[in-house]
Write a protein that binds this ligand. Structure first.
Ligand code: GDP
Length: 283
């Protein structure tokens, strides 16, 4: 039974309701830990809920989920120049697309943006990024295929400084020969960025595909360990994804969701709003 249906019942919660709700929350990809916590809140507030009926229960659950999703953003964007953002995540989750959408949004804000193709492992990745650069009116920097990503990044950041770019979006490899390589490469890129531009990378966004539900979490963990991730982007929420995975990932990785992807076109990236998101889970 979907969460919304469980929440429509008009009488006080009985154990069968709680069980149905537990199943519904797990089916919505909320994850076991967050589900248990939500149920505990409902039990703790059972008197209030019994008095207020289904709407009180919905409100309690919505508050709980909003609180679980709210995390402070480490630093407001564009507080240094150029503002350098690394975008990391497994191949296919929507990194390149997200960069294109962000570049489009920055352009609309009047910011001069450079896209850096630091995934030198796959030639197609740089080509695809170039297409997005054209589409979004951003500048583009790439190196030779197979070049050292840190060297490509260094050149890209120097170019951004010389041209006075406001923002730099860096596409990174989603897979290398080994996990150890990936970690070492991301760490090296972060060091190089900090050497070229103080405080860079100012943000490291981990992109996760919401449509794979809890499976994405295991991949996310690896990247969160390798790069110091400061925010999340949850893509493909327009598909069959149930969205509850947002709660599970924020809980696990401890950083805010910054944006959600809701389609394949350039406009389909929305800033994340915890209250609206919690509301939509029960719509
Ligand atoms: P990358 O390998 O991580 O760079 O992933 P891509 O950016 O190439 O995206 C992989 C596929 O997912 C492409 O077909 C994109 O169009 C698609 N995609 C990315 N974001 C979204 C989204 O928010 N919604 C939908 N429906 N598709 C998306």
């Amino acid at each position: 039974m979907p969460v919304a249906d469980v929440l429509r019942s008009q009488r006080p919660l009985d154990p069968a309701d709680l069980q149905a709700l537990e199943q519904a929350l797990i089916a919505a990809d909320l994850g076991l830990a967050a589900t248990q916590q939500a149920l505990q809140v409902l039990r703790d507030r059972s008197r209030e809920i019994a008095a207020g009926g289904a709407s009180a229960m919905r409100a309690a659950l919505r508050d709980e989920i909003r609180k679980a999703l709210e995390r402070p953003v480490a630093r407001p964007a564009f507080t240094s120049r150029p503002w350098v953002v690394f975008v990391v995540g497994v191949n296919g989750v929507g990194k390149t697309t997200t960069i294109g959408k962000l570049a489009h949004a920055w352009r609309a804000e009047g910011r001069a943006t450079l896209l850096v193709a630091a995934d030198t492992f796959r030639a197609a990745a740089a080509e695809q990024l170039e297409v997005w650069a054209r589409r979004s009116g951003a500048q583009f920097h790439r190196g030779a295929e197979g070049a050292d990503p840190a060297a490509v990044l260094t050149d890209g950041l120097r170019a951004a400084r010389a041209r006075g770019n406001d923002g730099v979006l860096v596409d990174t490899a989603g897979r290398l020969h080994t996990k150890g390589n990936l970690m070492a490469e991301l760490a090296k890129m972060a060091r190089v960025a900090g050497r070229e531009i103080p405080g860079a990378p100012h943000e490291t966004l981990l992109v996760l595909d919401a449509s794979v539900g809890g499976n994405g979490l295991a991949q996310g963990r690896e990247f969160a360990r390798a790069a110091s991730v400061s925010g999340l982007v949850l893509t493909k929420l327009d598909g069959t994804a149930k969205g509850g995975v947002a709660v599970a990932v924020v809980r696990e990785l401890g950083v805010p969701i910054r944006f959600v992807g809701v389609g394949e076109s350039v406009e389909d990236l929305l800033p994340f709003n915890a209250a609206a998101f919690a509301e939509s889970l029960f719509a």
